[in-house]
Ligand binder design. Structure first.
Ligand SMILES: *Cc1c(COP(=O)(O)O)cnc(C)c1O
Length: 408
């Protein structure tokens, strides 16, 4: 009895020693606001629970776990949503990029142009396929690949450009497609962060992210704007031949079971994940709107702070705000991060290093100073919490804390 009580007290003290617990309790006491997270997948699930569970149950009852009906249904629904002629579902966004590159008949040493400031997946697959990676600088304001730098990097060996629509806003596709056409290059759009974003060309034609280049790729990683409950990805194209080939590559290079015409990989979208995505896709526009509303609020409240830049918006592209990323120009980014953390506000640095500073990519041979804008962005950027379940009280609290930091 006595022993048990001691154990109980021990557990209790452990509980209270845990800083985070202590902290969120304090936060709730002081402010009466719900603890803040970068994304709130539990809150989002609560809103769509019935649809999600119904979809999951159907899959389990059918026992068609691999290439089940939901996979096909989802790819058709996503094709309809994006306007892509063909959608090839696959296991994750990194595989989507790899499959896209595998389909293009590239030879070792063919050159592929990528932004120096991006998530690692984009360059990783190019390295795995032994392609020659040529990094280029990004635009300081939109964080996306700079078309002028891109132009200068083209050589007779260049075959592919991979623009990444970073944080939820399309790269300058007007210029990129012009350059690609003039030089006969393939364009693979990495749309992992920008699904649903719409780009308007000068001739007023509107296209969704991922449907402008030769191929588009996306990710359904849980925290992405259209996230499943595990890993998932998809590839978009209007080219029937490429679509067929990529479909085969994603499934061991076979069209007919056990007849392998090309070398492929095992990268299928799980049927359970497809069912979850089918439940979430009808909400994607509402989710994007919710993120834009949060961004508008942050913009309005933070724009007047001299030491920072709010995200710049490109007139050609809508912004679906996968991330709301500020640039802190007074050198106090890390101090701000710590200050917000102490106030119970999580933030993230996407990304702390440009690609050429990553150990795994030292072999590319780029020196410090090769991409000064990308390098300085890594020291300036900070992403604030933004998601579909944010409450006004949370947004107000975050803004109040950011403002108070810069008044110090
Ligand atoms: C998330 C992400 C990927 C990779 O997606 P996974 O599904 O995690 O493999 C690729 N590119 C970018 C820009 C991403 O943000």
């Amino acid at each position: 009895m006595f022993c048990k009580r001691i154990l109980f007290l021990r557990c209790l003290s452990f509980f209270f020693d845990n800083n985070y617990q202590k902290f969120t309790q304090r936060l709730e006491m002081q402010t009466n606001i719900k603890p803040i997270q970068m994304v709130d997948l539990q809150g989002q699930y609560a809103q769509i629970k019935t649809e999600v569970l119904r979809g999951i149950e159907e899959v389990i009852e059918s026992a068609a776990f691999i290439q089940g009906k939901a996979v096909k249904d989802f790819s058709q629904e996503l094709a309809q949503y994006t306007g892509a002629k063909f959608v090839i579902p696959c296991a994750n966004g990194t595989d989507a990029l790899q499959i896209a590159l595998m389909a293009l008949n590239l030879q070792p040493d063919d050159e592929i142009i990528l932004p120096a400031f991006t998530y690692i997946a984009t360059v990783e697959v190019a390295a795995l396929l032994k392609l020659k990676m040529v990094l280029v600088e990004v635009d300081e304001n939109t964080f996306n690949i700079d078309p002028e730098a891109l132009k200068k990097a083209i050589t007779p060996k260049t075959k592919v450009i991979i623009p990444v629509h970073l944080y939820g806003q399309c790269a300058n596709m007007e210029a990129i497609m012009e350059i690609a056409q003039a030089n006969q290059l393939y364009v693979i759009e990495d749309t992992a962060q920008a699904i649903g974003s719409v780009y308007t060309f000068k001739n007023n034609i509107k296209k969704q992210a991922g449907t402008m280049g030769t191929i588009g790729t996306t990710s359904f990683f849980p925290s992405k704007n259209l996230g499943c409950y595990g890993d998932g990805g998809a590839i978009f194209t209007d080219d029937e031949h490429l679509a067929k080939k990529m479909q085969m590559i994603a499934n061991h290079g076979q069209e007919k079971k056990y007849y392998h015409d090309i070398i492929g990989i095992n990268s299928r979208l799980d049927t359970l994940q497809a069912a979850i995505l089918r439940a979430k896709l009808p909400h994607l526009d509402t989710y994007s709107q919710k993120r834009q509303d949060v961004a508008d609020y942050y913009d309005a409240q933070l724009a007047s702070i001299d030491a920072l830049d709010i995200p710049s918006r490109n007139a050609q592209s809508t912004h679906v705000f996968h991330q709301y990323t500020l640039k802190i120009n007074d050198g106090r980014r890390d101090a701000l991060k710590k200050f917000l953390e102490d106030a119970g506000i999580p933030t993230m640095i996407y990304y702390p290093l440009p690609i050429h500073f990553q150990k795994a990519f030292h072999f590319l041979g780029y020196q410090k100073g090769a991409f000064p804008l990308s390098e300085s962005l890594c020291e300036k950027v900070i992403s604030l919490p933004i998601h579909t379940e944010m409450e006004t009280s949370q947004m107000e609290y975050i803004v109040e804390k950011v403002i108070s930091f810069f008044q110090k």
